[in-house]
Design a protein. Structure first.
Length: 244
């Protein structure tokens, strides 16, 4: 199918859709949209894992099965269902690069983690710190090396980065890890975990840091504590400087 009939598009409204691998029947991409959005990926030529999977199927004479998970939705409902579907299936199985819209808010997690978040004690930051919000990359239980890589690369940061003694990994307003920054280098110039290189490209205006876990007393002071008070509601920038 090259296009959805107009009368059908009008009835569909906003929808959430799946791209399914016909070889094993498993979804490999979750998306949301309206109109012909769910067909657009078939003509996509960008260098993404999703496109590579579609191309791989094509070489075998196969096409992805396109399924509509839910339709007749408002845009907000589509965002929520997309996010919940990605969290349920898991990024490991999908070619989606990131979690869905606002996945960090009331998202999937272990009971112990949710209780810890809702009961987290606020902490005042007394060190020179760069806060790095990884809401769209974080997942509960991710290995420490992947957490480090997700935190350190790759970001649009200004000269104030040089004043930051520590980098805080932040998810959902809670400090997840603290790293002592050794240096900032151009994005893509250092090795990352082979199973978790989420960098799309080596952009000249992006940087990454190298460092190590902060000393135990520093981590004890900050990790697991809430710093939501440092973020303005609705703020989009994942980077914030404190005492820098």
């Amino acid at each position: 199918m090259e296009s959805i009939p107009r009368r059908v598009r009008e009835k569909l409204g906003y929808y959430v859709y799946l791209y399914v691998d016909p070889r094993d029947g498993l979804p490999f991409y979750v998306g949301k949209g309206q109109g012909n959005r769910l067909l657009a990926h078939l003509d996509d030529r960008t260098e993404t894992e999703k496109v590579r999977r579609i191309t791989e199927l094509g070489k075998l004479g196969l096409k992805p099965i396109i399924e509509i998970l839910k339709y007749g939705l408002s845009e907000h409902e589509a965002f929520l269902i997309e996010s919940a579907s990605i969290e349920l299936l898991g990024l490991e199985q999908l070619t989606n690069r990131v979690k869905g819209h606002h996945a960090e808010q009331q998202g999937r997690g272990r009971l112990e983690d949710i209780v810890q978040e809702l009961d987290a004690e606020e902490v005042e930051i007394s060190h020179a710190v760069i806060l790095i919000n990884i809401n769209r990359l974080y997942r509960y239980g991710m290995p420490q090396i992947q957490l480090y890589d997700a935190t350190r690369s790759s970001w649009k940061v200004g000269p104030r980065r040089a004043n930051a003694e520590y980098a805080f990994c932040v998810y959902g307003g809670i400090v997840r890890a603290v790293y002592r920054v050794a240096a900032w280098v151009p994005a893509g110039s250092t090795m990352m975990s082979p199973t978790y290189d989420h960098r799309e490209h080596e952009a000249p205006d992006r940087f990454e840091f190298v460092g190590k876990l902060a000393a135990e007393d520093i981590r004890r002071k900050y990790v697991g504590k809430s710093i939501k008070q440092y973020f303005a509601k609705g703020a989009q920038n994942p980077i914030k400087y404190i005492n820098c």
